[in-house]
Design a protein around this ligand. Sequence first.
Ligand code: ATP
Ligand code: MG
Length: 291
Amino acid sequence: MLVIQDVSKNYGNFTALKDINLEFSAGVYGLLAPNGAGKTTLIKMLVTLISPSKGEILYNGTNITNFDEEYRDILGYLPQQFGYYKHYTPKKYLMYLAALKGIDKKVAHDRITELLKKVALSDVANKKMRKFSGGMIQRVGIAQALLNDPKILILDEPTAGLDPKERARFRQLLTELSRERLIIISTHIVSDIESIANEVVMIKNQELLYMDSVENICHTLEGSIYETSIANEELESFRKNHVLLSEKQERGSMLVRFVHKGSPEPEWTLKSPHLEDVFLFEYRDDLSLDV
Ligand SMILES: Nc1ncnc2c1ncn2[C@@H]1O[C@H](COP(=O)(O)OP(=O)(O)OP(=O)(O)O)[C@@H](O)[C@H]1O
Ligand SMILES: [Mg+2]
């Protein structure tokens, strides 16, 4: 069990995170917030790359900085920007990292063969990474995070640069990996985690906004999401008076999805909220949406 207790992080005078309290057990946790919200800051503290300015992070009751190698041994981490050697093959690169981690050569060899299969890179195991697509590189990154079969797997924006098919494959892989493991994945893409996260953590204005199931988070907008068709020329004034979540051109008119609290107009259709709605609504200022 990993517990974040009253954690704040300042960079000089700037407060990146304020009084964060979180508890993680097994399962997949999605850290969902827009750019600059503090996802990487939180993750770097969890992997002991930086220290909290205030508060502490405990693993099974012990401050994570009080462990020697013990904590890092159970940790797998994919940084947002991960360094790889493009003239290396995935196999050579992973063997090199395994050596750095002190994993026995024979054990490493078997483990790497298995991991490359898991991330669907067996075919290119001995090809230089120079010509790999973004998705292939990310999969090498995930493989390196799994080298020590970690109990805690932390992935910082692992789907950056992946196409929709690769994203789908990635979600499937995470679901497979999530048995008996704690996985924390940061993203600003709702669909990456909506279907696979047991709980979603959202940070807003440096503070914790939600840590809850997708269902409960969506419930916060229950009864407030509507869709209706409006004439194209009404769009401007509609934007001024409502929080628009999406707009879609239809034959001669606009289908708009929006948030409205209070009594609705009769022609509006009430919709069930999705996580995307909550994301767009809560971060409307950061995302410069119209209010
Ligand atoms: N070393 C640093 N020194 C000063 N400010 C920093 C430092 N690292 C991050 N910040 C600031 O802290 C805030 C949070 O940054 P962080 O990288 O944690 O956000 P993020 O949610 O990971 O963003 P992104 O989605 O762009 O990766 C940002 O305003 C950022 O500019
Ligand atoms: Mg980041």
